[in-house]
Design a protein around this ligand. Sequence first.
Ligand SMILES: [Zn+2]
Length: 181
Amino acid sequence: MNLREKMQRRLKLSRPSLRARARPPKQRSPLGAQFTAANLPTALALQCCDACGHVQYPPTELCGQCLDDSLVYRQVGTEGTLLATTALNHSLWEYYKRRLTQNPWLIGSIALDAGPVVLAHIGENTLKSGERVNVFSHTDASQQAVLVAVAASTDMSTPMARRNIVAGMALDVPAHKEGGL
Ligand SMILES: [Zn+2]
C-alpha cells in the first residue's frame, strides 16, 4: 500500500462525508444483536416473558413487568395503530444526511396490538396518526434489523413483498456520493 492509499484509507475512516458509500448506524448492544438475529427468519419477533406473558420492546435483560429473566423471542402480530409521525429534516449521521437532501425522513411511534409501543421508519408518506398499520423488521444496508411501518392495506405478508418495500425506501443500499473515497 503506497502513501496515497494509506492517506485515503485514513480519510475514509475519519471523514464519513468523503465516503463513496455511507451506511446507517451498525453499532448494536449484545441485546440489539440478539434482536437482529431473532428477526432474520420472520416478519416480527419480540421478547416475550415466559413467566407472565408480557411482550416488550426494546429488548432488555429482565421482564419490565415481573422482573423475571426468562425472556424468549417469539413471533408476534404485526398489526398496530400509528400514534404519531415526525419528519426528520436534519441528521448528524452521513447516511441520513444524504437521504435528507431531497425529502425529509419519516419516523413514527406505533402502539402494537401485541402490547409495546415501537419506533419505526415510516414506509409511506401518506400515513396519518390513528391509522391502522403493519410493522415488520428488516435488515438495512448495515445488516441490522430495523422496524418499518406501512399501511394495513399494503401487502407485506411475504419476504419478497417486505424486501420490495425496504428497497423502495432505499434502506437496503448505502447512500452514494459521486467521486467519494
Ligand atoms: Zn414477566
